[in-house]
Write a protein that binds this ligand. Structure first.
Ligand code: ADP
Ligand code: ASP
Ligand code: MG
Length: 408
């Protein structure tokens, strides 16, 4: 007996039948003697539809108004779920982000949670109510409504679990757990029994959309017991914890991928100590997120390549063009239609040769590697988009993730 935070994502609350199903899952948890706080996302594709609607009226909408618009999606779900719970004879109360005390920094579109004032939630729990909180939203010191980034309801749930010192946080979604790779793309993908916070954080940051990276960060920092599981199937999901079980000592635990990547190359700057800082402080000043960076030098001239999200490409090129005289480069090239494919596993730390093996597999599959970056527990490669799934499948096979032994 204790406090449990349950989070249900968009597909899981996508219709009135699905909301009935969620209400039943909530009631089961309550009937087991737990206090329950439920976090929900907007129904189905509501958030995407609201984004499209805004684009019909304004090509370049202000971030403040987008937050005002997108937060309505979750507000619909909290009230509907509370109504469903009440109809089933349970005392439920819905709270928007600000009512739940979810304080964020003053940033629209991708705000970080700074603090949660839990007094109101605790009072309702004391009154034995089921508390239903809108995911993905918060409020600033100046009472501005903010959102936490796409997929941010996960973060609401884990942050609440940390602040309320919940026994566990269950993330209910449309797959039965965290898989070795996205099961929608790779048939042989297998569910993992457990995964470490660090590995999950890498996978989430590298494109595995099953959990929001900041949710994993919160879980790691506050040691929240986290489980990803299905809202429809009753089977056990994947536990995310400090140390995952070493299932057969596999070097790679999972593979993540992300498309719509572009590569930009700045050619012909002098090769001196100013080259890198001048390019990257300029981009940072314009809040352009750069990912992989590669520099090569030939006859004292440098070529600096870096990757950005394709949606940032035009802005990146404009910023560089505007500073051509200052930077004194010869030309800027770019390439679109790229993807990033990454292998992740804490077993890599003490095993050299994992990157080499990855390159060999890609070579055997005739996949050209355009850029590389590594950390202790991951290797990322940039490849052309049309090769992405082929590369993931080949790596999945070679690193024995398809093997029956995994995820038993
Ligand atoms: P929700 O709406 O419940 O938050 P999401 O769509 O955000 O659901 O996340 C679940 C989806 O994440 C799955 O449908 C799956 O396609 C995708 N996904 C990507 N990588 C993985 C992975 N490694 N394991 C499981 N699911 C993954
Ligand atoms: N509704 C938001 C989104 O679609 C938040 C979430 O689902 O987590 O991104
Ligand atoms: Mg999600």
């Amino acid at each position: 007996m204790g406090l449990v935070v349950q989070k249900f994502g968009g597909t899981s609350v996508g219709s009135s039948e699905r909301i009935q199903n969620v209400a039943n899952r909530v009631i089961e948890e309550k009937a087991a003697g737990n206090d329950v706080v439920v976090v929900v996302s907007a129904m189905g594709k509501t958030t995407d539809e609201l984004v499209s609607l805004s684009k019909e009226l304004n090509e370049n909408p202000s971030k403040r108004e987008m937050d005002m618009l997108l937060t309505t999606g979750e507000q619909i779900t909290i009230s509907l779920l509370s109504l469903a719970l009440q109809a089933k004879g349970h005392d439920a109360v819905s709270l928007t982000g600000w009512q739940a005390g979810m304080k964020t920094e003053e940033v629209h579109g991708n705000a970080r949670i700074t603090n949660i004032e839990t007094v109101r939630i605790k009072q309702y729990l004391k009154e034995n109510k089921i508390v239903v909180v809108a995911g993905f939203q918060g409020i600033t010191e100046n009472n501005e409504i903010t959102t936490l980034g796409r997929g941010g309801s996960d973060t609401t749930a884990v942050a609440l679990a940390a602040a309320l010192e919940a026994e566990k946080c269950d993330i209910y979604t449309d797959v039965t757990g965290v898989y070795t790779t996205d099961p929608r793309y790779v048939k042989g993908a297998r569910k993992l029994n457990s995964i470490s916070y660090d590995e999950m954080l890498e996978l989430a940051n590298l494109g595995a959309g099953v959990l929001h990276p900041r949710a994993v960060e919160f879980a790691k920092n506050y040691e929240v017991k986290l489980e990803v599981r299905s809202s429809l199937e009753k089977e056990r999901g994947t536990i995310i914890k400090e140390e995952a079980e070493m299932e057969d000592n596999l070097l790679v635990r999972g593979i993540a991928f992300e498309d719509n990547i572009s590569r930009v190359t700045v050619i012909g700057m002098e090769d001196d100590i100013y080259t890198l800082p001048s390019i990257f402080s300029l981009l940072a000043k314009h809040h352009i997120n750069v990912d992989i960076i590669v520099q090569s030098v030939t006859s004292a001239k440098s070529a600096v390549s870096f990757s950005v999200k394709t949606e940032e490409l035009q802005r990146t090129l404009s910023v560089l063009e505007a500073q051509k005289r200052n930077l004194q480069y010869e030309e800027v090239e770019h390439e679109n239609g790229l993807s990033k494919v990454s292998i992740v596993g804490s077993g890599m730390v003490s095993n050299p040769g994992v990157a080499a093996k990855m390159f060999e597999v890609l070579q055997d599959s005739k996949v050209q590697v355009k850029m590389v970056s590594t950390s202790e527990i991951k290797v990322s490669t940039v490849v052309v988009q049309k090769d992405m799934v082929k590369a993931v499948e080949a790596l999945h096979e070679t690193f024995e993730l398809t093997n029956e032994r995994v995820g038993k």
